[in-house]
Design a protein around this ligand. Structure first.
Ligand code: UFG
Length: 326
């Protein structure tokens, strides 16, 4: 298969590129490197430095590269930034994606879209199934939901086969392949905790210790990035078999508190991690855990790397390696 991966220089996208290549597929990466890293793009892929919002350029790329399937990862992903600078998100995630879809729809290619648990907002109950009301509480979630709505309508009207995959908390790494999580500035829990273990930060602030959870800190469903990549392939195969388009949660179905993540990082690294209690972070739900049966029923996917220690161990292996490089 010949696949286009937008955002292939980013965290999840770069793991997708590698998974595709390992399975013998031909991969074209389209990324503007605004947040991604050129060195994360596997040398076996064809790399194009460009903007997904330029319809004509995307259309010629699809044609010239004879692309058969599209994985659309390129997006801005920082919730807090989306509140402070929403234009970046409505332009970068929504307007640019609609322009991108112009080319994809015309080429009638199956599309796998990176969505997020942020489309649910603060859930009424956990685990969350795909029919749960969608009430995003920040512009990031708004833009992802808006694209999902466009996909629903385009799918019906233009026979576009699509899957929107709603990631819970992407984590882990493929350290052996030289791939891992690097955001600048870093805002995600596991890299922050591991930086503290390495002494690159003095401590970890736990945002809220009075949530109605087992230990008072927030619960999240951490999913290994390699499980995410496998889910994308399974979703695409489902579409290519003529399976129904739609949205699917990608999580493990199990939640862990922030303090449990820190304890796992201490076990894995063998280092003590200083913790400071901080105020709740605006917009954080107490608990986000996926119901995962829909993806399993539709395309036989279930997360395999579900041990929190293993997920953190892979992220730690990457941090040690990344630390040597920097
Ligand atoms: N946290 C801390 N201290 C930190 C950083 C995070 O206590 O220094 C806590 C957060 O409050 C949260 C948990 O750790 O409870 C995880 O936080 P992340 O920032 O790593 O991830 P989020 O759950 O906020 O966000 C993730 C994705 C977003 C997505 C969101 C909802 O990163 O892209 O889930 O799906 F929008």
């Amino acid at each position: 298969m010949r696949a286009l991966v937008t955002g292939g220089a980013g965290f999840v996208g770069s793991h997708m590129v590698r998974t595709l290549l390992e399975q013998g597929h031909h991969v074209v990466v389209l990324d503007d490197l605004s947040t991604g890293h050129a060195d994360a793009v596997d040398a076996r892929a064809t790399f194009v430095n460009g903007d997904v919002g330029r319809t004509a350029e995307v259309a010629s790329l699809l044609r010239e590269e004879r692309v058969e399937a599209v994985f659309h990862f390129a997006a801005k992903i920082r919730v807090e930034e989306s509140v402070v600078d929403p234009r970046l998100y409505f332009q970068g995630n929504l307007v640019a994606t609609l322009a991108f879809l112009e080319a994809v729809v015309d080429a009638r290619l199956p599309l796998i879209f990176s969505s997020t648990a942020a489309v649910y907002g603060v859930p009424d109950e956990v685990p969350i199934d795909e029919e749960h009301p969608k009430r995003p509480v920040n512009p990031y979630g708004d833009t992802k939901l808006a694209v999902e709505r466009a996909l629903e309508a385009y799918g019906r009207a233009y026979e576009l086969p699509w899957c929107a995959l709603r990631y819970f908390n992407a984590a882990g790494a493929d350290a052996e392949a030289g791939l891992g999580e690097r955001h600048e500035p870093e805002s995600h829990l596991i890299p922050i905790v591991l930086d503290a273990a390495l002494g690159r930060r003095p401590s970890v602030s736990v945002f809220g210790t009075d949530w109605p959870t087992s230990d008072g800190s927030c619960v999240r469903d951490y999913i290994h990035v390699l499980d995410l990549a496998e889910a994308h392939l399974a979703a695409l195969e489902h579409l290519r078999r003529g399976g129904k388009s739609g949205a699917f949660n990608l999580g493990t179905g199990r939640g862990h508190t922030v303090l449990e993540v820190i304890a796992a990082a201490e076990r894995v690294s063998g280092r003590r991690i200083p913790v400071v209690s901080a105020d709740r972070r605006a917009g954080d739900p107490a608990e986000l855990v996926a119901k995962v049966e829909r993806a399993e029923k539709a395309f036989g996917w279930r997360a395999r790397r579900t041990s929190l220690d293993d997920i953190v161990r892979d992220a730690w292996a990457w941090k040690l390696r990344d630390g040597r490089q920097s």
